[in-house]
Design a protein around this ligand. Structure first.
Ligand code: ACO
Length: 376
């Protein structure tokens, strides 16, 4: 019997051509292209094409892919009524998880898993998910829904549906960069969940529903909301030192720091830091950036020796706040982007599938007596 490894740490459980991570050096590449290159030069749509096809598209391929995605901005008939009949106090991540599952019921052939068909279902969810989140947010605020605009990019259209006005080029680009940076990251917990589910030859909607459920945990994608809550708890830059030191002394985790794979600064955190700093200046949120930066400096001094550095969630909190997103939309933003990565992994898994079925090491009793119920 092979050795039990808690949390499957260090276990190689899949092969992928999508993202490469060197956690010691802080390197992340999508299909071999450094993440910094993509965040500087690509778009979210092109990045998803890259992840799904393992190569960059030609101009006409990108146009076709983008047009197919835009055709899916509108929800299938009946979905709008579903979204607008949910409890207004529901958490957006619960809404997204439940509505991704519901999308399966609005597909006449939800169980098709031939590669081409599965890919189209992934595209359905990628196109519909932003509309679900934006509709729910406006519905809970008592505002009229803003229907999607197919002339807009993924990033522009989402901010437009949310706010009712077209975003500035700077905001749209900042959001697009966030989408690129969050799109894929090896066999993280939610991606593993998606691959485990599809490996039973279940269906794309089930796999993506499970992945959304995994992502919302505070040890995974939910950490960006935790970062913002922490920043809100700290009144000013002058209070950062005592706040962080207090948490460390109590052995509380500082959200947005540490990573199972990275033992250096997450390269996405470096990209997001620059974005957060610029947006904070543009939107009068300098104090928020200053608090974040001060936290990073204290963490560098106190725990960097243990390999604890900022992860992707740390500066994305300030970035999302400056873009004008409400706190409980932070993790859904991560999900909107990661649907691109989960989908690529679902396709990879289906292409040469083997059912995931690890073993558990039994550590309980043997030959135990069965005691009748009235004698227990
Ligand atoms: N703040 C303070 N100390 C930390 C932190 C942190 N954020 N993360 C790890 N440590 C410390 C631990 O207390 C532990 O110290 P010890 O050896 O003295 O007991 C040591 O570093 C190792 O920590 P583990 O929790 O064992 O590391 P693991 O690889 O299991 O954890 C994890 C990774 C879960 C991400 C962890 O760092 C954490 O909880 N971070 C905060 C939550 C977070 O930001 N999650 C987002 C991750 S990125 C993503 O999913 C998108």
């Amino acid at each position: 019997m092979s050795e039990f490894v808690k949390g499957l740490e260090g276990i190689v459980a899949a092969q992928t051509e999508m993202s490469y991570i060197d956690g010691e050096k802080g390197v992340l590449e999508y299909v071999g292209i450094p993440i910094g290159e993509l965040s500087a030069k690509s778009t979210f749509e092109e990045t998803v094409f890259l992840l799904w096809n393992k190569r960059l598209p030609t101009r006409s391929e990108l146009d076709e892919f983008t047009s197919e995605l835009r055709q899916r901005y509108e929800l299938p008939a009946g979905m709008e009524q579903r979204v607008t009949s949910l409890p207004t106090n529901a958490e957006p991540m619960h809404v997204l998880r439940t509505m991704v599952s519901a999308l399966g019921m609005h597909d006449a052939q939800p169980n098709e898993i031939e590669l081409d068909r599965a890919r189209r279902k992934c595209l359905n969810v990628l196109g519909h998910a932003p509309t679900i989140v934006a509709y729910f947010d406006r519905y809970r605020r008592g505002l009229p829904l803003i229907h999607p605009d197919r002339s807009l990019s993924f990033a522009e259209n989402f901010l437009y549906m949310l706010n009712g006005e077209k975003p500035t080029a700077t905001m749209a680009r900042a959001f697009d960069i966030c989408m690129i940076l969050h799109a894929d990251h090896g066999l993280n917990n939610s991606t593993f969940a998606a691959r485990v589910i599809i490996s039973t030859l279940s269906d794309v909607y089930s796999a993506l529903t499970g992945a959304v459920g995994s992502l919302r945990g505070p040890l995974h994608g939910g950490a960006n909301e935790g970062v913002m809550k922490m920043l809100n708890e700290i009144p000013s830059v002058a209070d950062v030192e005592s706040h962080v030191m207090g948490k460390l002394e109590r052995k509380d985790k500082i959200m947005g720091f540490g990573h199972r794979v990275y033992k250096a600064k997450d390269p996405r955190a470096s990209d997001l830091q620059g974005l957060a700093e610029q947006l904070a200046k543009d939107t009068g949120n300098e104090d928020l950036y200053a608090k974040s930066h001060a936290i990073e400096q204290i963490m560098e001094r106190e725990v960097a020796a243990k390999g604890i550095y900022p992860n992707v969630d740390f500066y994305s909190a300030t970035t999302y706040h400056c873009i004008g997103l409400k706190l409980d939309l932070f993790t859904p933003m991560f999900a909107l982007s990661r649907i691109g990565g989960w989908s690529g992994h679902i396709i990879e898994q289906l292409d040469g599938n083997r059912l995931f079925r690890p073993k558990a090491e039994y550590i309980g009793a043997h030959n135990a007596p069965y005691t009748p119920i009235d004698q227990r």
